[in-house]
Write a protein that binds this ligand. Structure first.
Ligand code: IPM
Ligand code: MN
Length: 359
């Protein structure tokens, strides 16, 4: 198979971890006889520094022309404490999501048994959890009109949804549920928000078309609680952009660390694959970041963008092997992890590459 893959490392630890997702793709190409051609592009703070624009036209053009994108992370501490900054790294990510029509963000909560003790939750609560989040990604309060009055005493962000926006992601979530545990939980705040009432109405309407899927509706506040109380009760979770952003960070603790979770953003065209973690400037450049989320994002690309299930499985299994052998980065180490098993970004990346090559 011949594919053009665009690598956008972005900011902070994105620069360090994306290298390993890319190397994994290279090994897969040579092992399975595929031809992956790679190109690079800039985005976020890195792009603001170089061009003044968080998403330069050149990056967007390359993105549109590629078959899949492997992205790292975005953001810089300097903007977090400066709410008045008009040009912000995150604008690059939001714009590329919109421009590529990436309306469905899939975030699988993939649990490796070896990491049950890395979570702050009890292993018996976690064991057997397997959740697939469908977070809507191009609508909601993220993209609604933003205002600020002249004397700076009032601000607003408009939360809005069109029926078609809810329907297209709901269909994807129902279809996924059919191939998994056949349970779908739609999360909203329909007791308060009009957008949520429309959301619920649309999902209820579609449920009739998927009679083999057991559909449930849950308020976001309750879902946030149920997720740590009994995560096993969930199979596919469907939710809006902001709720999904918050809920999936919470859910990452089920998998032990944000450093383990990959995501796939799909929609009308080129798919976009990225860890759910941020740019983590506090540990950037120190060889501390966990490269496994980037590596697992590469696996999601193989599976979802290219339909290469066997190749994707080889990557996931190599990660599993590394963990089974006791290798840890510091975010997934526990008190009794021997010091000589705790690796930096590069060493962990190399371990997975070695294991993948020797399969
Ligand atoms: C994510 C991130 C982004 C979001 C930020 C960086 C804009 O938190 O992908 O979850 O809020 O969507
Ligand atoms: Mn987030």
């Amino acid at each position: 198979m011949k594919k053009n893959i665009l690598i956008i490392p972005g900011d902070g630890i994105g620069q360090e971890v994306t290298e390993w997702g890319k190397q994994v793709l290279e090994v897969i190409a040579s092992k399975f006889g595929h031809e992956f051609a790679f190109d690079n592009a800039i985005m976020g703070h890195t792009a603001i520094e170089a061009t003044g624009n968080p998403l330069p036209d050149e990056t967007l053009e390359k993105a549109k022309a590629s078959d899949a994108i492997l992205f790292g992370a975005i953001g810089h501490a300097k903007y977090d404490n400066d709410p008045s900054a008009k040009v912000r790294p995150e604008q690059g990510l939001l714009k590329i999501r919109k421009e590529l029509g990436l309306y469905a963000n899939l975030r699988p909560i993939l649990l490796f048994d070896e990491l049950l003790d890395a979570s702050s939750l009890k292993p018996e609560i976690l064991r057997g959890t397997d959740i697939l989040f469908f977070r809507e990604l191009t609508g909601d309060v993220y993209f609604g009109e933003k205002t600020r009055n002249e004397d700076n005493t009032f601000a607003s962000d408009l939360m809005n949804y069109h029926r078609y926006e809810v329907e297209r992601i709901a269909r994807k979530a129902f279809e996924a549920a059919q191939t998994r545990g056949k349970r779908l939980c739609s999360v909203d705040k329909a007791n308060v928000l009009e957008t949520s009432r429309l959301w619920r109405e649309v999902v209820q309407g579609l449920a009739a078309e998927y009679p083999d899927v057991e559909t449930e509706h849950m308020f976001i506040d309750n879902a946030a609680m149920q997720l740590v109380k009994n995560p096993k009760k969930f199979d596919v979770v469907l939710t809006a952009n902001l709720f999904g952003d918050i809920l999936t960070d919470e859910a990452s603790q089920i998998a032990g660390s944000m450093g383990m979770l990959a995501s796939a953003s799909i929609g009308d065209g080129t798919g976009f694959f990225e860890p759910i973690h941020g740019s983590a400037h506090d540990i950037a450049g120190q060889d501390k970041a966990n490269p496994l989320a980037s590596i697992l994002s590469a696996a999601l690309m193989l599976d979802i963008a290219f339909g290469l299930q066997e190749e994707a499985k080889a990557v996931t299994e190599a990660v599993d092997q590394a963990l089974k052998a006791g290798w840890r980065t510091s975010d997934i180490a526990v008190n009794d992890t021997p010091a000589d098993r705790i690796l930096g970004t590069v060493a962990m990346g190399q371990k997975v590459i070695e294991l993948l090559k020797s399969r």
